[in-house]
Design a protein. Structure first.
Length: 214
């Protein structure tokens, strides 16, 4: 029997399923950052999100799906910020800003890089994770390459450079600097991290970075 109040039926609570999936993915990111991949159980993720473990089953088919969504959440946040920066800036300035967004320069980016590194060890042998990494690298590489194309068009860089090669080099450099900064934050201060990227970009500008001919 449905009890009415002053002639009105109770209004059912509307659940935004997409938003709930986002909340659970973000909770998983926090758990992975705190406890690692192995420690990110469905129970811990549910506790972090403030829900029962059973709720997760309404939105994800498995723990692996939750962890994939968590990694996607981290990557989507980073690429969205980089895309916004590439719209605000142009050419080499955009290259600097986009590259800096890859570094653990603050709490948010440090967490993203830690989670990225934790997942990376799993991705070596896990095909689904590896595909997510490859997709992300492709997005970032294309964004960096677009800024270098702009720099060439604006004559900030020599037309002789290979934008794809240089985008790959910058992406590899950012990965290395980020990892070193996570391992030794006392040495790899924000200033040193940014200097490593800026020196490379300035050297690219000075040398013309003429790509080797195959």
């Amino acid at each position: 029997m449905v009890v009415c109040f002053r002639g009105y039926l109770p209004v059912p609570k509307i659940v935004d399923h997409d938003q709930r999936r986002v909340e659970l993915a973000r909770a998983a990111v926090k758990v992975v950052d705190r406890l690692g991949i192995d420690g990110a159980t469905l129970r811990e993720i549910a506790r972090e999100a403030g829900y029962s473990t059973g709720i997760i089953g309404h939105y994800f088919n498995s723990r692996e799906d939750v962890l994939i969504a968590a990694l996607g959440s981290v990557m989507d946040n980073a690429t969205r910020r980089m895309a916004e920066l590439s719209l605000i800036h142009r050419g080499l300035k955009a290259t600097q800003e986009v590259s800096a967004e890859l570094l653990p320069l603050d709490k948010r980016r440090t967490r993203e890089n830690r989670v990225w590194l934790l997942y990376g060890a799993e991705a070596v042998n896990e095909k689904r994770l590896r595909r997510v990494y490859q997709q992300y690298d492709e997005q970032v590489r294309n964004m960096i390459r677009a800024t270098l194309d702009q720099a060439i068009a604006d004559q900030e860089l020599s037309a002789s450079i290979d934008p794809e090669l240089e985008a790959n080099r910058l992406l590899a450099l950012s990965d290395g600097v980020s990892m070193q900064a996570l391992f030794d934050r006392d040495y790899w201060t924000n200033e040193r991290q940014l200097e490593a990227m800026d020196v490379h970009i300035h050297d690219l500008q000075r040398r013309g970075a003429e790509a080797p001919k195959s």
